[in-house]
Write a protein that binds this ligand. Structure first.
Ligand SMILES: C[S@@+](CC[C@H](N)C(=O)[O-])C[C@H]1O[C@@H](n2cnc3c(N)ncnc32)[C@H](O)[C@@H]1O
Length: 380
């Protein structure tokens, strides 16, 4: 029992619900289902409860939470996409997994301030599965008088851009281990008051995933398999009539993600900015995330009719779009140096090659073309 000085660091009702799910499954639940409940249980999950989870004062910081400059740079890129599409009367900006809604607020504010021609055509839709976060996003936007639509799934007939930041890395993943050259899947069991693990045969989707890649993680390695992310990209391709799918996420190519030296995979948990590798601690109170396989994501989009325009890093993407301008010291008689230094710190964090700057940016298109300024430096 925590004392009044100790924070409550697990959600006991959620832990009990997961324990029941393990029992109902006959004593062992695929890790994917454990993670799905831990993050997205209809009312008790990490993302579905009303606790603050994203931001400086919460568990982890994302790029849009750091500074409105991220939204301004995205706004620049969206405006250029609008031009590449020959300035349609209506440009759909569809943001999936919008967290607290600050990115929507910052894109809409940038457009209203600096690109009124584009702003007049902009229709912003937020796609969010968590009712609690939907309410939070509505508060963020209505406080500033911005209009948007909300949906719990992707819309259809989109002309514009479907984009996401750290959506795919928040999807529930299967976990696997390779033993004596054979692929095994990690199942969650009950162990006293907590949870344990056992290995079983892999789900057919997981085996098919590695068959498609024609590789396996290294002998003795643990790894994560996100079968939902490629399905989501294929759904985004289907939702698009004309335009772009823009994906910001932590990740690697499949050969890097499943390299023989990566013994413990990439699963990481965050509680109050402290990383941990234990998904069974602080249930419902910590984020659980894993890096994305960009080889499979990219291929899935292409199989669903998208053309890959480029894959780059956030550092390159934002630098190409001109975020360096914000590093220029202010002129004038009484420059606000405090504001300048705060901005400089935020930009440095956004493009830090060891931190947020290494987030990957994948741009795919349907009936739309480049060149796009954000992709001036690209790997693909
Ligand atoms: C890691 S947070 C990122 C939030 C925000 N994009 C940011 O960068 O601060 C993941 C977000 O995706 C939402 N989410 C998870 N799965 C989703 C899905 N299938 N469709 C839409 N939103 C989803 C979560 O509820 C949450 O808002």
């Amino acid at each position: 029992m925590p004392t009044e000085f100790e924070p409550v660091t697990e959600n006991t009702a959620l832990k009990a619900a997961i324990a029941s799910a393990v029992d109902d499954a006959g004593g062992a639940l695929p890790f994917r289902d454990f993670m799905d409940l831990a993050l997205y249980h209809p009312t008790l999950g990490y993302y579905t409860s009303t606790r603050d989870v994203i931001g400086r004062a919460a568990d982890y910081v994302t790029s849009p939470e750091l500074t409105p400059l991220f939204g301004a740079m995205l706004g620049r890129q969206l405006r250029e996409m609008w031009e590449r599409l020959d300035r349609p009367d209506r440009f759909d900006a569809v943001e999936a997994g919008p967290g607290t809604g600050v990115l929507a607020r910052d894109v809409l504010a940038w457009a209203a301030r600096t690109a009124p021609d584009f702003a007049a055509t902009l229709r912003y839709t937020l796609v969010e599965t968590s009712p609690a976060l939907t309410e939070r996003q509505k508060t963020t936007l209505t406080a500033e008088g911005f209009e948007a639509k909300w949906r719990d799934g992707l819309p259809s007939g989109v002309t514009g851009c479907i984009f996401s930041n750290e959506l795919l890395d928040a999807m529930p993943v299967h976990r696997v281990a390779v033993e004596d050259g054979a692929l095994r899947e990690i199942y969650v069991t009950r162990d006293g008051d907590g949870f344990g693990e056992e290995l079983r045969d892999p789900h057919p989707d997981v085996a098919a995933y590695f068959d498609a890649l024609a590789l396996l993680p290294g002998e003795g390695c643990h790894a994560e398999v996100n079968v939902e992310a490629p399905r989501w990209i294929a759904a985004a391709a289907g939702a698009l009539d004309r335009g772009y799918v823009l994906t910001f996420d932590y990740g690697y190519s499949a050969s890097d993600l499943y390299a023989g030296w990566r013994a413990d995979g990439t699963l990481l948990c965050f509680y109050r900015h402290n990383p941990s590798a234990d998904p069974y601690a602080r249930i419902g109170r910590q984020d659980i995330t894993s890096h994305v396989d960009f080889t499979t994501i990219r291929r899935s989009g292409e199989d669903a009719g998208l053309q890959t325009l480029g894959l780059t890093t956030q550092a390159e993407f934002l630098t190409s779009l001109g975020i360096g301008e914000a590093l220029q010291p202010p002129g004038g008689e009484r420059p606000d140096m405090e504001e300048y230094f705060a901005r400089r710190r935020a930009v440095t964090e956004l493009i830090d090659p060891g931190g947020l700057g290494r987030v990957k940016v994948l741009v795919q298109a349907k009936a739309a073309a480049g060149p796009l300024t954000g992709l001036s430096v690209t790997d693909a």
